[in-house]
Ligand binder design. Structure first.
Ligand code: SF4
Length: 316
């Protein structure tokens, strides 16, 4: 994307990319393969990331008590009446989906790819849970199918990563992404804006650092303080560690971020959406993702701006 026009979105959007790539709408279906996470099982920690509430983003069909095939079929049954001609990506979303022995990983991914209508995989994981052996297996498995790995990066600042008990560093992220790029696997990144101790300047640094990596997709999420997570207590006791995440301020931050982001990076989303009953802050009156996307687009247009307007590959 180079210049804003009336006809195109002022950012590099994910659904446009999917339509260009597949020639049709493709829907992700979440699956829970029953994996755990090294930040919960004691390998790195038993405490988890301080904001983690994994159940907050699991749809009803995403249930490790039933097989991957059944989860995907239930997901397809749910989505197919809405969009008749679509294909599906199996989205290994819950916990850390490269954290197991390689035979079991291969079995689970293969099962998903064998389900009729599944045209590829998206595998969510942590940057410290990947290696060449797994990447090679994934590359061979995919053959003509689409494969992407989505890394939970969350912040590019080690101080923040330590504070949130993330259990990996920014250099782990750089290493994982560069290694994955060697295998020509599509790479997504998940980033949280609003983590405790971070400010506007830090978010802009995130944009600049992420822009330098060989990634394809980015999901931007606002920090969400969810009930019964360690961060709930920290938020109540030390609110000064948290920036104003009013919707108005968040949209401004996101637009500032997008203006500094490499225009080649496809933006998959600008916000996360947990069930309202779980959210302590920010609540945004239950606004949906698409409504916030509209606000971001409108603000970019109001500024006569677009993704990458302030991007410079000379920054670092
Ligand atoms: S890596 Fe993911 S699943 Fe593991 S503790 Fe952190 S947020 Fe939770």
């Amino acid at each position: 994307m180079s210049k804003l026009s009336q006809d195109i979105l002022p950012y590099n959007d994910f659904s446009g990319y999917i339509k260009r790539k597949f020639g049709k709408r493709v829907q992700k279906i979440s699956v829970d393969a029953g994996f755990t996470c090294p930040n919960r099982d004691g390998t790195k920690s038993t405490g988890a990331c301080i904001y983690c509430a994994n159940e907050s983003f699991s749809p009803f069909y995403c249930n490790p008590k039933i097989s991957i095939t059944e989860q995907l079929l239930k997901g397809i049954e749910f989505f197919s009446p809405k969009y008749k001609t679509q294909e599906y990506l199996a989205y290994f979303q819950s916990y850390t989906n490269t954290y197991s022995n390689i035979e079991l990983l291969k079995e689970k991914y293969s099962e998903a790819l064998d389900v009729k209508g599944i045209c590829g995989l998206v595998i969510a994981t942590r940057p410290d849970c990947i290696n060449e052996e797994i990447l090679e297996m994934i590359t061979n498995l995919g053959n003509d199918k689409y494969v992407a790995i989505e890394y939970g990066v969350e912040s590019t600042k080690d101080d923040t990563l330590n504070f949130i008990n993330r259990g990996h560093s920014w250099s782990d992220t750089i290493k994982a992404i560069k290694l994955t790029a060697k295998f020509k696997i599509n790479i997504g990144v998940h980033l949280i804006l609003g983590l405790p101790g971070e400010n506007h300047n830090d978010f802009m640094v995130h944009a600049e650092r992420i822009s330098k990596l060989p990634i394809n997709f980015l999901k931007i999420h606002q920090l969400q303080i969810l009930k019964n997570t360690p961060i709930e207590k920290i938020f109540k006791e030390t609110p000064e560690l948290f920036i104003d995440l009013s919707l108005e301020n968040y949209v401004k931050i996101v637009v500032d971020f997008v203006e500094r982001l490499n225009p080649n990076i496809i933006i998959e989303r600008f916000t996360g959406e947990s069930p309202l009953e779980m959210i302590i802050y920010p609540r945004w009156e239950g606004k949906k993702n698409y409504e916030i996307t509209h606000l971001v687009v409108n603000e970019l247009k109001r500024r006569n701006s677009y993704q990458g307007k302030l991007y410079s590959n000379e920054i670092f």
